[in-house]
Structures are given as structure tokens and as C-alpha cells.
Design a protein around this ligand. Structure first.
Ligand code: ATP
Length: 466
């Protein structure tokens, strides 16, 4: 069967192309590189931090700023360890691990060829590896029966490194929201349905990390928990949030054909979920989860209420009912989202016999919104005018000045990092007070009065935001 995602032009670049561009231009570096690196941790460089901040800002805008019914939170990474017992993570947040007896490499069983579609029951079956005759594809080594490997990182709090001092690095941001449910509701005086949103680091000791920033051991989540009336309220909220979250990726430029929904089979559901649908993206390594929308029922709040003896019920003044709200969660990864926007924006074009690489980022996501370039850097009046303009632009947005190459090269450089507009100041500018504004995507050039350029760029940004 042909995949409609493959018909979309331009096609998604190979993973190596993106990894190499990311390194070369300062988006993403391997962590601790001068020490030989550390597996599955990546550092964001000068352009990457801008991109990721813009992704998080765009998410916050859609999920908090523009909504009357959602408020934000920033909870700690370290929480009372009992939280993770109650949430089920200590008992159930585990993946099936198998080890090759020849080379001692470890794998997640459900990622091995031939085991991708196994049910949870099959994945836990100690005879499964033998029954299916699974071997390590590379060296033919015998694989051990699966054992459950807990993904939580542990550390110690305080001066004693004993069992009683163990705390966990949170594997999801959601629990910080549940334990603050009452605090937030009381102080914000929100009525059900309402949501709490949070962006922050999460840590998972993944068995087989990889594919660049797709699966890391330290990453960032953008999660929103929407508290609703039981059962029907959750069903309705789920139906609303699922398409809305997919539309957010499309709004910021991801090709619709490279997005799809995939519902989890009942046996695949996480321990807390009543229903789960993934928004998947067609990565160069296949269709993979980009974001999950989950109906968590009253699992978390009920369990926390039972474990603490605290009353986490909501009183509905309209119906005079007390109930524990149900939760519909939208759970996205900031790194996976930034990676997706980067992949989907990548274009290679032929322009007048030359290869042009462009990151066609949505202007809101672009690290720099505008570059100011002198046509002749030998003329101090031109350079001075450039500096005045770039300083003016910097009061409102990310702007950059560059004079370290010829104008053609400078344009290509900005194209390759996705800067939507370049402003060039030339000799004529000294006479007519105007400059050339070049558009990244169409490469059209337009002459505008220098004093109106800041306004023009801001208007274009606002128009792109919609
Ligand atoms: P998987 O089954 O692929 O391990 P998951 O279903 O456990 O993932 P969730 O718990 O639903 O993932 O996490 C929500 C979101 O957090 C994911 O959609 C993804 O964007 C992000 N995410 C999860 N794990 C990682 C990771 N190791 N690296 C980067 N992002 C991650």
C-alpha cells in the first residue's frame, strides 16, 4: 500500500542531513561532546534554544494565553517519592527488556523486528522470545526472556545515600499537576471543565534511545491536564482536543499528509488510560508518536486522594454534586515537536544552477526573524545604518547583523537557518533612506523606507501568527 505521506513534496530529508545541519549551524550538539558524549542527551545551541523556546511559546500561547479555561503551572522535578508509588510508576512504568547473550547489548522487546505488534500480555510472557525464535539480528545471539525494566531515574535527597533517601527524577510532568489540583483550582477559582498546563523536563532511562532527539533520556514535555465531569465530559473533551492538537502542528507548518491519528488497542493502553490516541508524524524512520491524547479517567486524582486522605473532589455548584473530575490529557514533547518542525521545514532547491537549502519555518518558530546585511561593509555609513536598524529591531524581536561574506552567501546562510526576512542596506540607501527587504521563501525583493522596516516586519509577524 502506498503511503500518502510519501507523495508530499518536498520529501522529508534523511536523518543524517538534519543531524548534520543541526550540528553545523548550531541547533543541536551531542551533550558532553569533548568527553566523548553521553548517550541520549543532546544540547541545544544558539539557534536550537531559540527554536525550542519558540515552540514552547507557541504551545503556551495556544494552551494558556488564548484560553480562559486553562492556567499554567511550574512544579518541581523532584517530588515526594510516594507520588510515584501512588501514580503507578514505581510498579508499572517499565518496558520489556531483552539482552543478547553474545554481545550483551540490550533491547526493548517491542522494538525488535518481528515483535513490534505483540500485545502487552505477549510482551510479558517469559517464553515469547523462544516461541518466536527471536535472535539478535546483527550477530545471531540468543536473547534472554523479557524482564520488566523500570524507566525512572533515581537519586538521593539529603546527606544519606540509603533507601529512605531515594527520590525520582519525574518521568512525566503530569503528576505535578495532579498533586497541585486543589491549590490551583482554589486560587484560580476555575470551574470544571478547566485545564492546567505545564512545560518542563522529564527523565526516562530509555532502553533503546536514539534517532537524534526523538528519544532521549532527558527531554522536555508540554502537557495539559483538562479536568472535566466524569464519563461524558471526558468523551466530549477528548473529541475536541484531539483534532485541535493536530491542527496546532499544521498551523505551524507541518504537512497535513505527514500527520495521522493512531488509537491504542485496549491491551496497549498505559496503566492509567481509558483511551489513548497518538498524533503520529511520518519521521524518516517511520510513523511515530509526536503527541498523545489520553483519557485518564479519575485514575490519578482518586489514587492521590486515597493515598493522602485529602479530599480532591470538586463541588459543582450548578448541580450540587461532589465528584472527582476525570482528566483528558494532551501530552507533547518539546524536543520531538521542535525536531518535527525542523524536519518538515527542510527544503533543497535549485536556484539558477545552484543548490539552495532552506528551512521554511513558520516565522513564529524561526530563530531569527530578520537579518540586517550591508551590501558594502567597507562603507562605514552603511555599516552604521545597519547597526542602527538592527538595534531598533532587537527591541521587539530576534534580529541579527552579519557582514562576514558576500551578499549571496549571506542570503544562503540565512535561508539555511530559516530567517524569514533579510534587509540589505546599500549605497542608494544613503541617498533615499530605503532598504531592500528579501523574502526567504519567494526570494522576492522589495524596497521599503528604513524607518518603516521595524513596523513592516512586526506586521508580517503578526499576520503570520494569524
Ligand atoms: P513511547 O511509547 O514512544 O516510549 P510514550 O507513549 O511512553 O512513548 P508518553 O508517555 O505518552 O510517551 O509521552 C508523551 C510525549 O512525551 C511523547 O509523545 C513524546 O513527544 C514525549 N516523549 C516521551 N518520551 C520521550 C523521550 N524519551 N524523548 C523525547 N521525547 C519523549
Amino acid at each position: 500500500m502506498t503511503d500518502p505521506a510519501d507523495a508530499v513534496r518536498p520529501t522529508v530529508a534523511a536523518l543524517e542531513t538534519i543531524v548534520s545541519l543541526a550540528k553545523r549551524r548550531g541547533f543541536v550538539f551531542p551533550s558532553s561532546e569533548i568527553y566523548g558524549g553521553i548517550n541520549a542527551v543532546w544540547d541545544y545551541g544558539p539557534l536550537g534554544v531559540e527554536l525550542k523556546n519558540n515552540v514552547k511559546r507557541a504551545w503556551w500561547r495556544a494552551m494558556v494565553q488564548e484560553r480562559d479555561d486553562i492556567v499554567g503551572l511550574d512544579a518541581g522535578i523532584l517530588m515526594a517519592p510516594q507520588v510515584w508509588v501512588t501514580s503507578g510508576h514505581v510498579g508499572s512504568f517499565a518496558d520489556p527488556l531483552v539482552e543478547c547473550l553474545a554481545c550483551h547489548q540490550r533491547f526493548r522487546l517491542d522494538e525488535l523486528p518481528g515483535a513490534e505488534n505483540l500485545t502487552q500480555t505477549e510482551l510479558a510472557d517469559p517464553t515469547i522470545v523462544e516461541r518466536l525464535g527471536l535472535r539478535h539480528a546483527e550477530d545471531g545471539g540468543v536473547l534472554t526472556p523479557p524482564r520488566r525494566f523500570n524507566l525512572m531515574f533515581k537519586t538521593f535527597m539529603g546527606p544519606l545515600e540509603d533507601e529512605a533517601a531515594v527520590v525520582y527524577l519525574r518521568p512525566e510532568t503530569a503528576q505535578g499537576i495532579y498533586v497541585n489540583f486543589r491549590n490551583v483550582r482554589e486560587t484560580s477559582r476555575k470551574k470544571v471543565p478547566f485545564g492546567i498546563a505545564q512545560v518542563g523536563k522529564a527523565f526516562r532511562n530509555e532502553i533503546s534511545p536514539g534517532n537524534f532527539v526523538f528519544r532521549m533520556r532527558e527531554f522536555e514535555q508540554m502537557e495539559m491536564q483538562y479536568f472535566v465531569r466524569p464519563v461524558e465530559g471526558a468523551r466530549l473533551a477528548f473529541e475536541e482536543w484531539l483534532p485541535r492538537r493536530r491542527a496546532w502542528y499544521e498551523q505551524y507548518g507541518v504537512a497535513a499528509e505527514r500527520l495521522r491519528f493512531r488509537e491504542h488497542a485496549p491491551d496497549e493502553l498505559a496503566h492509567y488510560a481509558k483511551k489513548a490516541v497518538d498524533i503520529e508524524y511520518r519521521f524518516p524512520f517511520g510513523w511515530k508518536e509526536l503527541e498523545g491524547v489520553h483519557n485518564r479517567g479519575d485514575f490519578d486524582l482518586s489514587r492521590h486522594a486515597a493515598a493522602t486522605g485529602e479530599n480532591l473532589e470538586y463541588f459543582d455548584p450548578a448541580t450540587e454534586e461532589h465528584f472527582i473530575p476525570w482528566v483528558v490529557e494532551t501530552s507533547a514533547g518539546a524536543d520531538r515537536a521542535a525536531f518535527t518542525f525542523l524536519l518538515d521545514a527542510y527544503r533543497e532547491e535549485e536556484v539558477r544552477g545552484e543548490r539552495r537549502v532552506v528551512l521554511a519555518f513558520h516565522p513564529e518558530l524561526a530563530p531569527y526573524k530578520v537579518a540586517v546585511l550591508p551590501l558594502l561593509k567597507k562603507r562605514p555609513e552603511i555599516v552604521e545604518l545597519c547597526h542602527r536598524l538592527v538595534d531598533d529591531l532587537r527591541r521587539d524581536t530576534m534580529a541579527v547583523y552579519d557582514d562576514t561574506a558576500s551578499i549571496g552567501k549571506l542570503y544562503r546562510r540565512q535561508d539555511e537557518i530559516g530567517t524569514p526576512w533579510c534587509v540589505t542596506i546599500d549605497v542608494d540607501s544613503l541617498e533615499d533612506g530605503a532598504a531592500t527587504v528579501r523574502d526567504r521563501d519567494t526570494m522576492t525583493q522589495e524596497r521599503l523606507p528604513i524607518e518603516g522596516i521595524r513596523r513592516a516586519i512586526l506586521d508580517r509577524l503578526a499576520a503570520a501568527r494569524g
